[in-house]
Design a protein around this ligand. Structure first.
Ligand code: ADE
Length: 419
């Protein structure tokens, strides 16, 4: 076992938050109970690049209970919780992660995980899998397969598949219903506002919140912003999504229009430079910019630097850029995903990550069982696993679902006249 963390003395506090999360993740608990008996991951090394925070540590404990050796780093230079990392190190996990890694350290840590010659990769954003396919190609043939957590990672992997370069099977965990319907929508919405308000202490009610992008993440954030009393505008390039936002009752505006009126801007597109200098020039004094997409490319920070005359950290995770005319723009967490990169950001609620990480644990088991026979493609997690996660969650919530009658089932399966 080896590790590099910020301060191993933080382990006791890390253990408390991991234990708290574990006690609120019943679906993952059920999977852990099962695989700790059968040990399907025995003899295998799982290499992971995941936001190293409390819920992730519960996934790591689950993989270890299933027999795996785990080596983990973070998938973002700012998202590691140092107490959690210390606790994982104390628990015997190979971990190379700390909050505030430089770019060089970030890549060195990813490489360090690959030095453990993992059989299975668990990724969030596809940086680890990308590295294997570019600079660490000696591992191709050794890696059985991977599992990807997020939309951005799945998009990258599908592009690799399309270009014929993907060399092993990967489960697109993100595409499971029990993931993106809940994690992307409800999880990101709550974690984004948790992070914005604990970082800035700003009021949301009465503010004009501009949500850029109206996918699952954008929809969730727009809905929560409205629930908190904000006036919500949506910026979207896809006409169908834009129309959906209109009929959901939001103002749909171009970025140019929204720039003049917005108080808080939240990007959720997965695309680059959706807020540019030309927009920032129109923003009012004190506008807050933040991003909830995976990479820090959505807000054009270089553009912001060019049009500003000074920059200072006025508060932890808040950079204040001053324009020539005295206007100030406040950028949160350097444009990195605000719901995880903030020092006080907690990531998605425990009950949400319970489902996402149950899918990850089961995907790892599937790869151990049948990965060697699978083609190098991007796969959906099998439907029965998706359904199982949903049913376990409902059970944990004490919710009973109405049962379809045999007559109703027959009716739905019949093509004959309905009368
Ligand atoms: N916690 C761990 N991974 C996360 C993710 N991808 N999104 C939100 N919270 C998380």
């Amino acid at each position: 076992m080896s590790y590099k963390v910020k301060d191993i003395k933080l382990a006791p506090e890390g253990k408390r938050v991991i234990d708290w999360a574990q006690a609120h993740m019943p679906v993952l608990a059920q999977i852990r109970k099962e695989i700790s008996k059968t040990k399907p991951l025995k003899g295998l090394t799982v290499g992971a690049a995941l936001h190293t925070e409390a819920k992730t540590a519960v996934l790591v404990r689950t993989l270890v209970a299933g027999g795996a050796k785990v080596a983990i780093t973070s998938c973002n230079p700012l998202s590691t919780k140092d107490d959690v990392a210390a606790s994982l190190a104390r628990e015997g996990v190979n971990i190379y992660a700390w909050r505030g890694e430089t770019n060089k350290e970030y890549y060195a840590n990813l490489n360090k995980i690959l030095d453990f010659t993992p059989d299975i990769l668990i990724d969030d954003g596809a940086d680890l899998i990308y590295l294997v396919h570019t600079k660490r190609t000696e591992l191709i043939g050794k890696v059985i397969g991977g599992a990807e957590e997020t939309t951005t990672g799945v998009i990258r992997l599908r592009a690799m598949e399309k270009d014929g370069v993907l060399k092993f099977p990967v489960f697109a965990v993100n595409d499971s219903y029990s993931k993106h319907f809940f994690d992307n929508r409800f999880g990101t919405a709550e974690s984004t506002f948790q992070a914005i308000t604990t970082t800035t202490n700003t009021l949301i009610a009465g503010k004009k919140v501009v949500v850029v992008g109206f996918g699952f993440v954008g929809r969730g954030i727009a809905s929560r912003a409205r629930g908190l009393g904000a006036k919500v505008a949506v910026v979207e390039t896809d006409p169908v999504k834009a129309l959906e936002a209109v009929m959901d009752g939001y103002d749909v505006e171009t970025m140019d229009e929204a720039a003049k009126r917005g108080d808080i801007f939240i990007t959720t597109t997965g695309n680059l430079k959706v807020i540019r200098a030309e927009h920032m020039k129109k923003m009012h004094d004190g506008a807050i910019l933040c991003n909830s997409g995976h990479f820090n490319v959505e807000i054009d920070i270089l553009g912001l630097e060019k049009i500003s005359v000074s920059k200072k950290e006025v508060l932890q995770d808040v950079l204040e850029y001053k324009m020539k005319d005295g206007r100030r723009i406040h950028l949160l967490t350097e444009g990195r995903l605000v719901n995880l990169a903030g020092a006080r950001a907690l990531g998605h609620p425990m009950e949400i990550m319970d489902m996402s990480f149950a899918l990850q644990a089961m995907s790892a088991v599937l790869l151990a069982q049948r990965g060697k026979k699978m083609k190098p493609k991007v796969y959906r997690v099998p439907e029965e696993i998706d359904v199982r996660v949903t049913e376990l969650k409902l059970k944990s919530l004490g919710v009973n679902v109405e049962k379809i009658t045999p007559e109703q089932k027959k009716y739905l399966e019949s093509w004959k006249e309905g009368t």
